[in-house]
Design a protein around this ligand. Structure first.
Ligand code: FE2
Length: 216
């Protein structure tokens, strides 16, 4: 190998090595896609302020759950942020909610477990089963956000800071309070080995940590 050939060889090696590192990183982080591309997709598709806050709250709870359960915090957090990507597009067609997001995520190479959880959060309309801890976590997390926001908004100061776990627990039993919040989905936390009380405390703590972003 002469000097020139050696230069080309080294450049090729460097390029292929760089590729391998990137692929390896994606395998390690488990997402299967670059975070930047996912964030761009989120920004493009989720434009309504309240929906954005709902997604941020779900992400915060999912990350805390992952920490508690020893799961992949990055993947669980992104599942929380991305689960309602197609909400604005499918609000009049619940039988498509989750499927459109799944297609967008598949195109970016996102891992199957995350995509399955996004679809399974609408399991009732799509005729699917929840199977993995990620499926159950996403469904209970995104459901409890509505109850916690409502519990904050009925306070005189309309702030999360003063909301206590016991008041969320009480609201859980009042069917007329935040009636759109599906209590059965919140109870799926038990599939993760968490009691309702533990799940309420964890969720409240997670949302309080980002109260500035939630403007609550
Ligand atoms: Fe949601």
């Amino acid at each position: 190998m002469n000097f020139l050939e050696k230069g080309v060889f080294l450049r090729k090696l460097k390029t292929s090595w760089k590729g391998r590192v990137e692929v390896a990183n994606e395998k390690i982080n488990g997402l299967g896609a670059h975070e930047e591309a996912l964030y761009r997709l989120f920004e493009e598709k989720v434009t309504v302020d309240n929906l954005r806050k709902h997604c941020l709250a779900t992400k915060a709870i999912m990350e805390k759950l992952a920490e508690r359960l020893g799961e992949n915090k990055l993947v669980w957090g992104w599942a929380g942020l991305l689960h309602d990507l197609d909400f604005e597009e499918t609000k009049d067609a619940p039988q498509r909610h989750g499927l459109v997001s799944a297609r967008w995520l598949e195109n970016l190479g996102v891992n199957e477990a995350l995509i399955s959880a996004v679809k399974a959060h609408n399991a009732e309309s799509l005729g699917l089963q929840r199977v993995s801890p990620l499926d159950f976590a996403l469904s209970c997390s995104e459901s409890i956000t509505g109850l916690i926001v409502a519990a904050a908004l009925v306070r005189p100061d309309k702030r999360l800071a003063g909301v206590e776990p016991k008041s969320v627990r009480k609201r859980m039993k009042e069917k007329a309070f935040a009636r759109n919040v599906n209590r059965d989905l919140i109870m799926l936390c038990e599939h993760l080995g968490l009691s309702l009380d533990e799940f309420i405390s964890l969720s409240l703590e997670a949302m309080k940590e980002i109260s500035a972003e939630l403007e609550l």
